[in-house]
Design a protein around this ligand. Structure first.
Ligand SMILES: [Fe+2]
Length: 252
């Protein structure tokens, strides 16, 4: 069943009409006017609540990145012969993509690196709505690990972990870097026309940097935020591995 998502609801959620036009399927009577089915978003209750949330909490560049990530994830999965509802849970993939950068918003920001803040926020968001533990765990894992590419490169990880994690992370990766994109020619152009990049990967990186500058506890060494802070601000103190070894309580 696909609940409708009215234009009034979209505008009430603070989303620009241009962003949602054609992205969230309308009711049956209006669906004839919706072009580009492969650019539509899920319209389940949870999906609509997630869209409303990011419409309120995220700036346009970040919201567009989150939504594009889902479109790329689903298209890349389709190109690999994986079907939503059969090979993976489309709603879970959407929730991962939509919520994966909530840690970069004021709503979820705390003293943890943004990946953890985002994962914890997403878990609470889903728990409050009665989502099953298994699905919450999948979303948490995917968001917490989304900046560590090597996880999804492992064949055993891909085989043993829920497929939604790899599918969502692939979409996030495509949207961030665009390289070796397994989507058909022209698809990315249509996605970008609907959801402009507005600074894209550099805007996301700037947000990570700003959080780290404001609170260095959000940028521990050997994490993506830690690397971004170190590389962009080599003048700031940086804890190397050898410095940690020097403090080794065993003395070796
Ligand atoms: Fe992201």
């Amino acid at each position: 069943m696909t609940p409708s998502f009215s234009r009034r609801t979209a505008l009430g959620a603070g989303l620009a009409a241009g962003v949602l036009a054609g992205l969230v399927p309308a009711g049956p009577a209006a669906s004839q006017g919706v072009p580009d089915d492969d650019l539509s978003l899920p319209s389940t209750r949870l999906a609509r609540e997630a869209i409303r949330l990011i419409g309120e909490a995220q700036e346009a560049y970040l919201r567009n990145h989150s939504l594009r990530s889902f479109l790329f994830a689903r298209e890349a999965a389709a190109q690999a012969g994986r079907r939503p509802g059969h090979d993976y849970d489309e709603e879970v993939v959407f929730l991962i993509c939509a919520l994966h950068d909530m840690g970069l918003t004021k709503r979820a920001n705390s003293d943890q690196r943004f990946e953890m803040d985002g994962a914890d926020f997403a878990a609470r968001f889903l728990e409050e709505r009665g989502v099953t533990d298994h699905r919450v765990d999948t979303v948490w894992d995917a968001i917490a690990m989304h900046t560590t590419r090597s996880f999804r490169d492992s064949p055993v990880f891909r085989r043993r972990r829920p497929p939604e994690i790899g599918i969502a992370q692939t979409g996030i990766g495509i949207d961030l870097m665009g390289t070796n994109s397994p989507v058909p020619p022209g698809y990315a152009d249509r996605v970008h026309r609907r959801l402009p990049r507005l600074g894209g990967a550099r805007a996301v990186t700037d947000a990570i940097e700003a959080q780290a500058l404001a609170n260095p506890r959000k940028a521990p060494a050997a994490t993506l935020p830690g690397e971004i802070l170190h590389q962009r601000h080599p003048e700031l103190p940086y804890l190397t591995w050898d410095m940690l070894l020097d403090a080794n309580a065993w003395g070796d």
